[in-house]
Design a protein around this ligand. Structure first.
Ligand SMILES: NC(=O)c1ccc[n+]([C@@H]2O[C@H](COP(=O)([O-])OP(=O)(O)OC[C@H]3O[C@@H](n4cnc5c(N)ncnc54)[C@H](OP(=O)(O)O)[C@@H]3O)[C@@H](O)[C@H]2O)c1
Length: 273
């Protein structure tokens, strides 16, 4: 019998692979919660892929973090080919994705009374971006994800309860928890944890635009709507993007290893379960 001359990876090589900086992919890193997360993780020992549609904004964040450890990738969650290309670009630059933070999302009002073709189109677009494209992104990242990986979806408190005029957004965020729970089961064999983080009102462009739309629809001022929304929760203020980022950093680390299939609320107490 001929003795094989192929050498299996040595422990030293496996150790080297395991000790490389973790590769974190953050969708929607061009502003808001995603940008805050990129800047927070960028200060630590991580390699970052930053993805969204606005390349120039992403590049600005990547340059601040340092282009040796962060790069920008254009991606539109409504465009499957661009999702595929973004994951290929990410893996080509920093290797398999250890942590996928599916943060990108959009909000648009989809009132029950709107039965126009435009209204239906808007409903489909919200679901396409927040749910279908988001799932495809997580699904692709999971294919090569190493052991001890993480998939973190950014849901919403509107994945916990309903609200008027936001049915597509509410449905998409509820659905993320179902997907995360299924993936948590399927990926547990590979030691990968999957969770949804549900923020309440976070001080970003999305929240400001959503509150302005609520004000317009109800004939109230923006100040009135803001006071009403914030007043409904025990922590009577908007949540800061870095507060969500800090929790994501915890889940990425060893503290997140026993947590999977969960919806975790950072809602100022708006959700109590
Ligand atoms: N702010 C809140 O009060 C709040 C509350 C609950 C949940 N959330 C969730 O938190 C996440 C982040 O929101 P945010 O508050 O940080 O909002 P934001 O400031 O509007 O940021 C949204 C991010 O998503 C990206 N994005 C939007 N549409 C996209 C698309 N089609 N393809 C790829 N990227 C896209 C945007 O980048 P480009 O425009 O450059 O593509 C941007 O980076 C979202 O999933 C949102 O639903 C927010």
């Amino acid at each position: 019998m001929v003795k094989s001359t192929i050498k299996l990876p040595t422990n030293a090589l496996l150790d080297a692979l395991n000790s490389r900086p973790k590769h974190v992919f953050i969708s929607g890193a061009s502003r808001g919660i995603g940008e805050a997360t990129a800047r927070m993780l960028g200060d630590k020992n991580f390699n970052l892929t930053l993805a969204a549609r606005s390349y120039n904004r992403l590049l600005g964040v990547a340059m601040d973090v340092g282009t040796d450890k962060a790069h920008a990738v254009t991606m539109d969650l409504a465009d499957e080919a661009s999702i595929d290309a973004a994951v290929v670009a990410a893996e080509s630059r920093f290797g398999p994705i250890d942590v996928m933070i599916c943060n990108a999302g959009m909000h648009a009002e989809t009132p029950l009374s709107d039965v126009t073709a435009e209204g239906r189109q808007r409903f489909r677009r919200v679901v396409d971006v927040n749910l279908i494209g988001t799932y495809f992104l997580a699904q692709l990242a999971s294919q090569h994800m190493p052991s001890n990986g993480r998939i973190l979806f950014i849901g919403s408190t509107l994945g916990r309860f309903g609200a008027p005029r936001t049915h597509a957004y509410t449905a998409s965020k509820h659905a993320l928890l179902g997907i995360a729970r299924g993936m948590a089961h399927e990926l547990s064999r590979r030691n990968i944890r999957v969770n949804v983080v549900n923020p309440g009102w976070v001080d970003t462009r999305m929240a400001r635009e959503a509150m302005q739309q609520m004000a317009t629809a109800s004939g109230q001022s923006l100040q009135q709507v803001t006071a009403q929304q914030i007043g409904n929760q025990p922590v009577r203020r908007m949540i800061k993007p870095i507060e969500v980022a800090a929790y994501l950093e915890f889940l990425v680390g060893p503290g997140g290893d026993a947590i999977t299939g969960q919806g975790i609320d950072i809602s100022g107490g708006a959700v109590m379960v």
